[in-house]
Ligand binder design. Sequence first.
Ligand code: TXA
Ligand code: MG
Length: 327
Amino acid sequence: MDEQRSDSGEGERAHRPEGGSRALGADVAHAARAIRYGGLVLMPTETVYGLAADAGNALAVAAVYEAKGRPSFNPLIAHVADVAMARRIARFDDRAEALARAFWPGPLTLVLPVADEQAVCDLARAGLDTVAVRAPGHPLAQALIEAVGGPVVAPSANRSGRPSPTTYADAVEETGSATAAALDGGACRIGLESTVVALLDQPRLLRPGAVTRAQIEAVIGTLAEAEADAKRSPGRLTRHYAPNAPVRLDASEPADGEAWLSFGPSGTGPFNLSPRGDLAEAAANLFAYLRAADRTAPSGIAIAPIPDEGLGEAINDRLKRAAGFVG
Ligand code: TXA
Ligand code: MG
């Protein structure tokens, strides 16, 4: 966390707000370097501005959630340069191939089974075994992702609860202070988020967006509605990761047979979310450790108290869902 933060002095210079509406090749190279080193970048796309980070770097992804304020670990879209890069991280079936051929690069996001769990880390996928992928149509986004050489996650660059920024100035105002670099792509051509379609069982429309339902149905046939997962997330568009074992929160120690997720300098066992008590590190480890603890087939998973401040609020929200306290 502190490593990311310490970049911000250099970052201010890189914003170049006086540089007009077109970023230069040198800006793209600088931004790509920032991402490879774990920093955040304002990335223009044809839909809205995104807050971009290396999809495989869990600490960088934690910083993205933190920068949005009142953070929540919703799964993020992995932005790719082309279909070939997408096929490395997600399993494509015929329908996915057909939709990518019809609408990429462009404002369509496909939710598919994940193929590479390292390239898009657990935290970016919110612990799910699916991944959302999109090849953006904006030339600066394409140039940035190509220069990074791998997938870049980018939620809309607004702070939580605010509208997605569609101009460079708005994006800088929302989350620019958290970034190491920012690319000025002018105003976004579409100004509305991408359409999200899940291709897991039957094709489902998870988020209406710039590509219309009719356009998608013309390629792959009828779309089902988003199915609210009644048990865990009624009214929500995505499921939440939940371990098989029952979860016990605010535990002071594990009972016999329980796996133990500890936190902080006094924490014990193999699953200490952050021995130095750092919430960004705990966020980065959260889903991977829940999975690893669950794989030991325990009678339950006991979890130490996590401070309810900053990223801790999002961690506790996810833990409450994992424990079944939030319907
Ligand atoms: O136009 C866009 O899509 C913009 C630009 C920056 O690309 N990005 C964007 O990201 O809107 P965000 O994080 O604000 O929205 C991502 C959407 C959310 O509705 C999220 O729930 C859904 O994609 N999503 C991501 N991964 C998912 C998954 N594995 N399963 C279901 N839904 C997923
Ligand atoms: Mg958003």
